[in-house]
Ligand binder design. Structure first.
Ligand code: SF4
Length: 317
């Protein structure tokens, strides 16, 4: 997929609007396409450099200079997100860039989308500690399905990868969404889903995000699209884990924030004891600004109470 770069920017792209993150400015720390996995659904295409080597793949100072040139003008951005054309934790300067962002631009949240292959590394864990949101992928918890979907470089083992996410979760103070891509017929057997559920229960993320193909895969015919019924059935199977379904919205489809379904989704999250709006936004996948407006409407309909001084949200019984 071609990534929209800002004019004259080498390492930044977007900002793009995403349901999960709102307005997000992307940072790409890797040369195309450097990753420890070679997922069959990767929107960037096949991995050309499959590696676990951590190093300064692009100059950290140059990335920070680009960030300064964009963020100094106080753009309307919700998140600065490490993603792009490879695995961002392969870059040994990611911790420095996160520290730079949190020191100089604390008004922007920082998200890291990672394939989790290095999350067991203590140095990586320390470097991601200050991020507001980490989204590790876990597409399978059995060796066979993991090998078929993610095609890892030698040295990556799914058991260790799960250990790494679980260990990171213990010390990481921010929000964690566990992203799961469903490839029908490849990682959705009963045994695969049982292993995935056990791993997710052990990790205990703030929520799971279920994803399926909604754009071209590197090779046509390799992955099929999961139907909404399949995805809903998997969501039900994973209960009581909190699960969000990542739906692609058509360009002309109105934002669904006012629907009663969204009200129910928000109330279900509040019932789990989450009352702070940032956490609610992440757990529901609704942009914070949209969520604030929806909560006002819910308050007007006597569904919730919003504390005027703290902003905490409670269900009204
Ligand atoms: S981990 Fe991400 S970047 Fe790497 S191959 Fe998989 S989808 Fe693509």
């Amino acid at each position: 997929m071609e990534i929209a770069r800002l004019p004259a920017m080498k390492y930044l792209f977007g900002p793009v609007n995403s349901r999960r993150l709102g307005k997000s400015l992307g940072i790409d720390l890797l040369p195309f396409k450097t990753c420890s996995l070679d997922c069959i659904y990767c929107e960037c295409g096949w991995t050309t450099t499959r590696t676990l080597e951590r190093r300064e793949w692009v100059p950290t100072d140059a990335v920070q200079a680009e960030l300064d040139s964009v963020l100094a003008s106080h753009p309307d951005i919700d998140y600065v997100t490490f993603s792009g054309s490879g695995e961002p934790t392969l870059h040994s300067g990611i911790g420095r860039v996160i520290t730079h962002l949190k020191t100089h631009y604390p008004q922007h949240k920082v998200a890291v989308l990672t394939n989790a292959t290095l999350l067991g590394d203590k140095a990586v864990q320390a470097e991601l500690h200050a991020a507001d949101l980490v989204v590790p992928s876990l597409d399978a918890a059995t060796r066979k399905a993991f090998a078929r979907v993610c095609r890892p470089v030698r040295g990556v083992h799914v058991e260790k990868l799960i250990d790494g996410i679980a260990e990171f979760r213990q010390s990481y103070p921010g929000l964690m969404l566990l992203e799961v891509f469903i490839a029908p017929g490849i990682n959705d057997s009963e045994a695969d889903l049982a292993a995935l559920k056990a791993a997710a229960e052990r990790i205990a993320p703030d929520a799971i995000q279920l994803n399926s193909l909604d754009r071209p895969a590197p090779e046509p015919g390799l992955v099929s699209v999961a139907s909404s019924e399949q995805i809903e059935a998997i969501r039900a199977y994973l209960h009581p884990l909190q699960v969000q379904i990542v739906r692609k919205r058509a360009a002309d489809e109105p934002a669904p924030w006012d629907s009663t379904a969204i009200f129910r989704e928000i109330l279900a999250v509040i019932d789990k004891g989450i009352s702070e709006i940032t956490r609610l936004a992440v757990a529901t996948g609704i942009r914070e600004g949209d969520l604030a407006k929806t909560l006002q409407r819910m308050a007007a309909q006597q569904l919730v109470i919003i504390d005027g001084s703290t902003g905490a949200v409670q269900r009204r019984y």
